[in-house]
Design a protein around this ligand. Structure first.
Ligand SMILES: [Zn+2]
Length: 260
């Protein structure tokens, strides 16, 4: 019982944090914690995450039946319960609509580039779970495809979802996810999102393994010797001299072919 009060307070605290950080507007978003194998605490529908009180948090079982509480659980509960069912190691979930991450979800761009060491090691690849109508089985079914190999997903044209070993973990993953999306967006406006080389990513992945962090990571890109990062789709720019050399080589090849 004492642990439940502690968990409810934690949910209210994280609710306030996501609201104040602008990760949600109005009544958006939902947060949950696993109490034990088949009991969960979850935020109610229709209440701003910035003004939650402990009496509003609902206790449900794995099928979504309300066990305790006067409020109705969030309509996105199915998505949470699916994650808990598939991943017994997961104890908390955060779902919000942070602006940069949601923009990537709308643009259909997964966060799968090796742009920063921290995101390679701690966050890993964040794929896109295909669009589903909110509150239907479509959403959990889309998330299910990614739940075993990742620490979170972008929900297509909707928002983001992270899961962790406790609520702080799930929340910090969400913070990292949004930060990574923001940095990626800003870099794209400048010289582009240069990705770390395969060699450098491989070294980071050794660290990740030592730290026993789960989930897929980006692999980095092929770069010329001595280059630590490169734009993936960068076309090699050729100088006039390069072009002259190519023309000369091709011409010589044709002449040789005719002479033989
Ligand atoms: Zn949502």
């Amino acid at each position: 019982m004492i642990i439940e009060i502690k968990y409810k307070k934690q949910i209210c605290e994280i609710g306030k944090r996501v609201y104040e950080k602008g990760f949600v507007a109005a009544n958006d978003g939902n947060i949950s914690i696993r109490i034990d194998e088949n009991e969960f605490l979850i935020t109610p529908t229709g209440i701003s995450k910035g003004s939650l009180t402990t009496d509003m948090i609902v206790k449900v079982d794995g099928d979504g039946n309300v066990l305790e509480g006067d409020y109705k659980p969030t309509s996105e509960m199915k998505m949470h319960l699916m994650v808990y069912k598939e991943r017994p190691d997961i104890h908390a979930i955060v779902h919000v609509h942070p602006p940069y991450a949601t923009a990537f979800a709308i643009a259909g761009i997964p966060l799968d580039q090796a742009i920063m060491p921290e995101s390679v090691v701690y966050l890993g690849t964040i794929p896109i779970a295909e669009y589903g109508t909110p509150s239907t089985e479509e959403v959990p079914n889309a998330v299910k495809k990614h739940v075993h190999n990742h620490q979170g997903v972008l929900l297509e044209n909707h928002g983001a979802l992270t899961w962790g070993k406790d609520l702080d973990h799930a929340y910090y993953l969400m913070e990292s996810l949004e930060f990574s999306a923001k940095i990626n967006y800003l870099a794209k406006q400048l010289n582009g999102d240069r990705e770390l080389s395969k060699h450098n990513v491989a070294r980071l992945l050794e660290l990740k393994k030592m730290m026993k962090i789960m989930g897929e990571s980006p692999l980095g890109v092929e770069t010329p010797e001595g280059t630590h990062a490169l734009k993936k789709d960068k076309e090699l720019s050729l100088s006039d001299k390069d072009i002259d050399l190519i023309v000369e080589r091709v011409t010589k090849g044709i002449i040789d072919a005719f002479n033989n």
